[in-house]
Design a protein around this ligand. Structure first.
Ligand SMILES: [Fe+2]
Ligand SMILES: [Fe+2]
Length: 218
């Protein structure tokens, strides 16, 4: 692939991501992703969150030492801390709701394991940033919005955790992936691998969401 300008490259990544989102949105209702919540479903949803937050931190942490510039390295390490903090907040909430915080962590659905094994195996932090932080993590505010709306009346405390902590922190690190990608993914080959990683990562994410919803009790 010929090297693209930073803006054109980001647009290409964005288009690939939004294509997966459009497909996901069209399918979400068919596998019950928008159905009314019960107390059990809220706990399961939080358990899913624990895996997503903790894994995002785990796959990113090894790359912190490889970032050449301090102004990216330091916020990336903060990102790792933040995601672990989110996992910890979700675990506490599950305990308050008398659930097992690590139920899905200990025995993840095969599709969820495949998603995070894929991220763990990526060969550069540009590919990782494209696939996780600029990829399916961009879906998080959107799926959370739907979750907050549905959980608000049933469990206002959980709704507030998502709205006031998780989503608020998310906004704080959204600038990081595009900035790092523009700075470090400058040759055609790296850019090509980033697009490939994002496409695969988002696809595996969509599959994991589907499998999670299908595994939920009706
Ligand atoms: Fe998070
Ligand atoms: Fe995040």
């Amino acid at each position: 692939m010929q090297a693209l300008s930073g803006e054109t490259f980001l647009k290409k990544l964005e288009d690939a991501r939004e294509a997966v989102w459009a497909k996901m949105t069209a399918e979400r209702k068919s596998y019950g992703a928008e159905k009314p919540l019960t107390a059990d479903l809220v706990v399961r949803r939080l358990q899913f969150g624990v895996v997503m937050e903790r894994k995002a931190a785990e796959v990113t942490a090894p790359w912190v030492a490889h970032v050449p510039d301090f102004d990216i390295q330091q916020p990336l390490s903060e990102y790792v801390t933040n995601e672990l903090k989110h996992a910890s907040i979700l675990r506490e909430r599950i305990k308050e709701l008398k659930g097992d915080p690590d139920a899905l962590w200990k025995s993840p659905l095969p599709e969820l394991k495949e998603l995070w094994d894929f991220h763990a195996g990526l060969g550069s932090f540009c590919e990782l940033l494209a696939s996780v932080q600029y990829g399916h993590e961009e879906f998080f505010p959107r799926t959370s919005k739907s979750f907050i709306e549905r959980v608000q009346f049933l469990d206002p405390k959980t709704a507030s955790i998502y709205r006031d902590t998780l989503l608020a922190d998310e906004e704080g690190h959204e600038w990081l992936a595009p900035e790092a990608l523009k700075r470090y993914a400058v040759d055609g080959e790296t850019q090509r691998r980033c697009v490939e990683a994002l496409e695969r990562g988002c696809e595996l994410f969509a599959r994991a969401i589907q499998s999670f919803n299908r595994a939920n009790p009706a």
